[in-house]
Design a protein around this ligand. Structure first.
Ligand SMILES: [Zn+2]
Length: 497
């Protein structure tokens, strides 16, 4: 449909979305049809000359229909008191979405996590100010703007000198409601799991988690408080007379790698994928670039983006969480976009980089978030964090699928199983070999400076003498290696003597 020539049409419908992504001439308009009669009437109206220019067709969107049905059902159940939400947020939430912390709530949450960590032995949680949103850098507008905050979480009990960096960001597209809630809940589960869950503790003792929870705070505030505007971009104004809702830069098209490629971004300042006036022109993007350069090893940075990465030595994982489409995207494939976070992270920083696309809607209903998105994405994030020490080799190596330790008479019996294919999914084939070895260490993190050789399991178990250990809780760490010599991530369990 050509903007400007459909004035009569929208007056007749409940408009819920307007996208002109690929070209300024073609737009998709989403609206709600309430019954068969209305659909028939609108179908006729759409075919009238001047109403639409391309075919005049109206298509039913089954995904959006199902999502809307769920939202209505959910609101009805809450209103009727029939459905108690499993987890109503302890923080200020977004209107109509009691499961999502709002912007202010997410900043409060960060401060609370710092305070909470002070009571957890060996856990370090730090809030870092890595830069400013556009409003904050601009002295002419009266809107105050925001700091860009990273929460850095790591454990200090493993005696691991070099921590693997795991960077996770959310909210770069303002209207994507679920990503900041998912990332903050996951990081909170790590903080609460430290010293309670051996596997989380072992991961944090060897990894630094860096969470950029709100990557586009100026835009997020608008997306939360004016939901009908479906804001995606930042809030930077421009000289072109865009509609109020169309100003701003698509921050996920402003990163330097392949910036300006016309097929994957727009030069039109009013477009949803406007890439900005120059590579890295935006303060939010500069903050992310400057910060990530400090956490991923400089030695693996690529001056030639097309140069191959070093599979054996690459350290660190970069994850950008978006919504929506139920996808995990690896950089530079399957998706036409230029100047994105993950292409920058993969091609220039030299990190292993992934985009998550969650769920089925920007303004996702809480029922789907609680029942599907949150439970299904926790474990993949944990696995990615565990392999951030050597993502390319560990991603191909076996995972420990079962681990237990039972104590009797000065001995501990360690039992473990491993598989090189447990995590393989249809879309991504990881190399699968036989498991050549499972090795265990007691009270020595395998990445610590002097862990010793550990003990190899025979037929899935081994007995270790613990007569020299003090009474109390101890940790067993286990790793499996495949027949190609690739060693998998560490899995840990507690036992008590
Ligand atoms: Zn997005």
């Amino acid at each position: 449909m050509e903007p400007g020539r459909f004035s009569r049409f929208p007056a007749e419908v409940d408009l819920i979305g307007f996208d002109h992504l690929a070209s300024d001439k073609i737009a998709t308009i989403s609206f709600i049809v309430h019954d068969e009669d209305e659909l028939a009437r609108l179908t006729l109206l759409a075919k009238e000359p001047g109403s639409m220019t391309i075919g005049g067709e109206i298509e039913l969107d089954p995904v959006a229909t199902e999502d809307l049905r769920k939202q209505i059902e959910y609101k009805y159940e809450v209103a009727a008191g029939e459905f108690a939400l499993a987890s109503t947020s302890a923080y200020p939430t977004i209107a109509n979405y009691p499961c999502y912390k709002n912007l202010q709530g997410s900043f409060q949450w960060m401060d609370d996590m710092v305070v909470k960590a002070q009571t957890i032995s060996g856990l370090s949680v730090t809030k870092l100010d890595i830069g400013d949103s556009w409003y904050k850098t601009d002295t002419l507008t009266t809107t105050t703007g925001y700091d860009m905050f990273v929460l850095r979480v790591t454990g200090t009990q493993g005696n691991v000198a070099t921590k693997a960096p795991f960077f996770i960001m959310s909210g770069i597209h303002a209207r994507e409601m679920t990503p900041p809630e998912l990332t903050s809940r996951w990081v909170q589960s790590l903080i609460e799991g430290y010293n309670n869950d051996a596997d989380i503790t072992a991961m944090l003792d060897s990894t630094e988690i860096h969470l950029l929870l709100q990557s586009n705070p100026d835009g997020r505030y608008v997306a939360e408080t004016n939901q009908a505007a479906m804001r995606r971009k930042s809030m930077k104004p421009n000289t072109k007379k865009c509609a109020t809702n169309s100003v701003g830069v698509d921050l996920n098209r402003n990163f330097p790698y392949q910036w300006g490629l016309t097929s994957g971004s727009s030069a039109d300042a009013c477009a949803e994928t406007f890439r900005g006036t120059a590579a890295s022109s935006e303060p939010e993007v500069q903050a992310i670039i400057n910060y990530t350069k400090t956490i991923f090893p400089a030695t693996q940075r690529k001056t030639d983006p097309q140069a191959p990465y070093n599979e054996a030595t690459t350290m660190g994982v970069f994850v950008d969480v978006h919504s929506y489409s139920n996808l995990v995207l690896s950089p530079c494939i399957g998706y036409t976009a230029a100047g994105t976070t993950v292409d920058y992270a993969f091609k220039e920083l030299g990190a292993a980089a992934l985009t998550f696309e969650l769920g089925t809607a920007f303004y996702q209903d809480c029922l789907t978030f609680e029942n599907t998105i949150w439970p299904l994405n926790r474990q993949p994030l944990m696995l990615l964090a565990k392999i951030s020490r050597a993502p390319y080799t560990m991603g191909q190596a076996p995972d420990v699928t079962a681990l237990s330790a039972s104590v009797s008479a000065g001995q501990v019996t360690i039992t473990a199983a491993a598989s090189d294919s447990a995590w393989s999914k249809s879309q991504v084939s990881t190399s699968q070999q036989a498991v050549a070895e499972i090795r265990a260490w007691v009270d020595a993190h395998p990445y610590s400076s002097n862990p010793g050789t550990g003990t190899v399991l025979t037929n899935g178990s081994v007995i270790v003498d613990i007569s020299g250990l003090a009474l109390g809780r101890h940790t067993v760490y286990v790793q499996a290696t495949d027949s190609a010599g690739k060693r998998g991530p560490v899995t840990a369990a507690y036992f008590t003597k």
